[in-house]
Design a protein around this ligand. Structure first.
Ligand SMILES: Cc1cc2nc3c(=O)[nH]c(=O)nc-3n(C[C@H](O)[C@H](O)[C@H](O)COP(=O)(O)OP(=O)(O)OC[C@H]3O[C@@H](n4cnc5c(N)ncnc54)[C@H](O)[C@@H]3O)c2cc1C
Length: 479
């Protein structure tokens, strides 16, 4: 009889998704070890929000101090499946908002409606969110989190399926070998696990990486006096630039300018004075750059969308290993869906394991791929398609010509987005889709809704007036 490994599951990466997967699996009575490369102890106790924000060092998560919003679907999943995380977050003073609270107060939008509580969420700055996950994980029976432990290799067993590796454990930076029935890759968007897997040989996964992406220029503020009112809608698109306003805990918020990574002329936005000059051109940022800046404009580039599937033509290319969260697929951050997709994925993994057990590794791989394909791949594809059009549209703006496409889906998406603050039903439908609560087909299925929206739309795709790209460029270069 082979010796039973000391743990049933090893999770590589102690970010929100790795910890959510670890807690959910430990909740089924499995023995789970999470290995996290970053060694710094979790921030907890009184004043946790400010200490997490100011002092917690997490080099393993490049976006750790970039703005994050936890959307309603993520919050709802935590409430239902991981209430310990919600308790820890509640203790740190999170922000409670409803995504449609400001939009429904726009004149003519009719105010609140029964059912709007679907759009309630609890959010906070990313270090504060992560501290809540870490605190909850530390209190979860059956779960061990080892910080300062980097996975540098994968172990395989004899039980291979026709040249397809069967992963049976991991090797750490100190050469320690740890075995488990299941290894979960939650190493984030730069996880090394796919490269480690490639070294084992075997057929490659089906993977795809977009050829271009966006650059994020984000600045976080703290209110001096009252915090600004919630924006009618957090994400607005203009010629060549999108803006985001993300409210957070303790009267802080972030404003973000998002540009194409190919728009090199706008690279000057990393300069604080240039960023402020440009931000002032956007009406929706009015009053939202007036607080005390608590970061410089932080640039984050290389934000390509990427996905991989380890079941190819109906067969797993590897067993004993699954990828979750950003390690499985990373999407354009402007939609703020990464954490919610990751929570959905972590819970789906736990539910799959509850159904299949850990012994039949092929069945587990197939079932997890099936549920991933059904629930999350369509969201990835939708965001990826939006990116493709948007980047091409920005390319056209740089070249000084209008963007032309014969894809009616792009025109329809823009037309609906453009009237979300003019029709209360469209606002709810757009919110359903934006928050991953429904598919576009489901959200807009009410008879006559799309036709009404198209009548309302006067031909303009954008809900806010704003500057041209040339005006933004002039503001950036004005210094
Ligand atoms: C600029 C930006 C803004 C974003 N804004 C939002 C937002 O508003 N809302 C939202 O929901 N999402 C947002 N996202 C997406 C969100 O950050 C990710 O979806 C989320 O971090 C995924 O969590 P994760 O646990 O999968 O990975 P991560 O948070 O990246 O965690 C991975 C962990 O694995 C560890 N690790 C890596 N390799 C190893 C190894 N070899 N051994 C051990 N440990 C390892 C790392 O140290 C890290 O702790 C944003 C992303 C970016 C880039």
């Amino acid at each position: 009889m082979p010796e039973r490994p000391e743990q049933d599951v090893i999770v590589i990466g102690g970010g929100p998704v790795g910890l959510a997967a670890g807690m959910s699996l430990a909740g089924q009575g499995l023995r789970v070890t999470v290995l996290e490369r970053d060694g710094e102890a979790v921030v907890a106790g009184p004043d946790v929000a400010e200490r997490a924000w100011g002092r917690w060092h997490r080099p393993g998560v490049a976006q750790f101090r970039q703005p994050h919003i936890l959307l309603p679907v993520g919050t709802a999943l935590l409430r239902e499946r991981l209430p310990r995380v919600v308790d820890a977050l509640e203790a740190s003073g999170p922000l409670r908002i409803n995504l449609v609270a400001a939009g429904r107060e726009v004149p003519g939008m009719g105010g609140p409606r029964p059912g709007d509580e679907r759009y309630d969420t609890l959010t906070a700055r990313r270090p504060v969110l992560d501290a809540a996950f870490a605190t909850a994980a530390a209190a979860t029976p059956g779960l061990t989190v080892r910080r300062g432990t980097e996975v540098t290799g994968l172990l395989t067993g004899a039980e291979q399926l026709q040249g397809r590796p069967r992963v049976t454990g991991v090797v750490t930076q100190d050469g320690e070998e740890l075995r488990a029935a299941l290894v979960v890759d939650a190493g984030g968007r730069n996880s090394p696990v796919s490269a480690l897997l490639a070294r084992l040989g075997g057929p490659p996964p089906a993977s795809e990486r977009a050829e271009a992406g966006f650059v994020y220029y984000a600045r976080t503020y703290r209110a001096v006096g009252d915090a600004p009112a919630q924006s009618p809608w957090p994400l607005n698109h203009h010629e060549g630039v999108s803006t985001i306003v993300i409210p957070a805990d303790h009267d802080t918020w972030s404003a973000v300018l998002v540009v194409s990574s190919r728009d090199r002329a706008l690279k000057g936005l990393h300069d604080p004075a240039a960023w402020e000059r440009a931000a002032k051109l956007f009406p929706e940022l009015d009053g939202r750059t007036d607080g005390e800046p608590i970061t410089a404009p932080q640039a984050m580039a290389g934000l390509h969308s990427r996905i991989q599937r380890t079941v190819v033509e109906g067969r797993p290319v590897v067993t004993g290993l699954v990828h979750v969260g950003d390690a499985w697929a990373s999407t354009d951050p402007q939609f703020g869906l990464g954490l919610s997709m990751g929570m959905t994925h972590a819970v789906a993994l736990a539910d799959t394991v509850a159904g299949t057990g850990l012994t039949d590794a092929v069945e587990l791989a197939l079932r997890f791929d099936e549920v991933t394909g059904r629930t999350l791949v369509p969201v990835y594809r939708r965001l990826r398609e939006w990116d493709r059009h948007r980047l091409a549209e920005i390319d056209a703006a740089i070249a000084g010509r209008p963007y032309e496409t014969d894809d009616p889906g792009w025109h329809l998406t823009n037309a609906l987005d453009g009237v979300k603050l003019a029709d209360p039903d469209v606002l709810r439908a757009v919110t359903e889709v934006a928050c991953m609560l429904d598919s576009p087909e489901g959200a807009f299925s009410a008879p006559g809704l799309v036709e009404r929206a198209l009548t309302l739309n006067g031909g303009s795709a954008w809900s806010w007036p704003g500057p041209s790209r040339a005006e933004v460029l002039a503001a950036v270069e004005a210094g």
